[in-house]
Design a protein around this ligand. Structure first.
Ligand SMILES: [Zn+2]
Length: 354
């Protein structure tokens, strides 16, 4: 008797056990992101609910709460602020405000971002130009930055800094010819005049990271080169509750910080992994996830690094959620928060050191 032909479903199911764990996770992520139908109307309703979660309409301009309905335009409800007399809709000052592209395409764009694609790859996938892709990414990240917040820490806290090479990408006008010995965007010089700088130079950007056991996370640019105490203090002051316990490696600065902010300081000597319940393993593994995350983007300009740190933080917060939940959260939180940055303001940003 002829063997019954396998259906496509049977073929796919038969192949799954042959995948490695990593491959399987990649496939599962792809299926979830690309083959689950998201109902834009439901998402938009959730955006509205999140935006006005305090139970009243607030004005995106002056944040006043004396707001009245003011008719509809193109199917969107308009509101009038009695305080600053400006009129707005649910779309005003969101990342997709003034965009002629559909909400579906914005969702598609977020899918690409969650897949860790570069600005160029996102542009290709969504069939938009690179400049638009760049602008969308930063408007989304600006809005998400408000959503994920700076981060207050308490209890048992691990802190350490990690370094990134200073990247000046986007700070130059178009260079027609590439000359030997000319500084490139990463600040490296080409072979002819290459000089090795030893230790920590100002070509290194110190990124402060601290994490408590409740999952609160604070990340940001501190300074370039060697970490000086005043910058460290500016970075943490006001963000750590008094009487918390701070675990760090032997690096100096944290002892003084602990004294001034009234914290208990536990120093983990280099080479030692643990001192009872105190260790810095969570922050160390966070650093390796951060490095892997950043390497996907193939060189981020230092002036935009803070926004990528917020994106990383978003992914960390939702890391144990399913891909579809991450996507939904990314859409709702980015659309429910305000961003009013122009293309020019984003392009001419300067690195935000403390
Ligand atoms: Zn107002």
């Amino acid at each position: 008797m002829a063997k019954k032909k396998k259906t496509i479903k049977e073929k796919v199911l038969a192949l799954i056990p042959k995948l490695s764990q990593d491959e399987f996770e990649e496939v599962a992520q792809f299926v979830e992101l690309n083959h689950i139908n998201f109902h834009i109307d439901n998402l938009q309703r959730e955006v509205k609910e999140t935006r006005y979660s305090k139970g009243q309409y607030t004005c995106p301009f002056c944040h006043g709460t004396h707001v009245v309905k003011n008719g509809t335009k193109k199917g969107l409800q308009r509101y009038l602020c009695r305080h600053c007399h400006k009129s707005f809709s649910d779309q005003t000052a969101t990342p997709s405000c003034h965009s002629k592209k559909s909400p579906k395409l914005w969702l598609q764009y977020l899918k690409c971002m969650l897949s860790g694609y570069t600005i160029r790859k996102c542009a290709e996938e969504c069939k938009i130009n690179i400049a638009t892709s760049f602008f969308w990414r930063h408007k989304i990240l600006d809005a998400l930055a408000t959503a994920v917040g700076v981060g207050d820490l308490e209890g048992l806290i691990e802190a350490d800094e990690t370094f990134f090479r200073y990247n000046r990408k986007g700070n130059f006008t178009k260079v027609r010819s590439y000359k030997k010995g000319v500084r490139t965007s990463t600040g490296r010089t080409t072979k002819q005049t290459k000089k090795k700088k030893r230790g920590l130079s100002h070509e290194q950007v110190a990124v402060g990271t601290a994490l408590d056991r409740l999952g609160n996370l604070k990340m940001g640019l501190i300074c370039t080169g060697r970490l000086e105490y005043p910058a460290l203090k500016r970075f943490y002051e006001g963000y750590i509750s008094a009487n918390s316990t701070l675990c760090t490696d032997s690096a100096h600065g944290y002892s003084t910080l602990s004294e001034e902010l009234h914290l208990n300081h536990i120093k983990i000597a280099s080479g030692k992994r643990k001192k009872d319940i105190y260790h810095i393993q969570h922050i160390n593994s966070l650093h390796s996830r951060l490095k892997a995350f950043m390497s996907d983007f193939k060189g981020v300009a230092t002036k935009h690094l803070q926004n990528y740190l917020y994106w990383f933080k978003f992914i960390e917060i939702f890391k144990s959620e399913r891909e579809s939940i991450k996507l939904e959260r990314a859409y709702v939180l980015s659309q429910a928060n305000y961003t009013d940055c122009s293309v020019e303001a984003i392009r001419t940003r300067t690195p935000a050191f403390v």
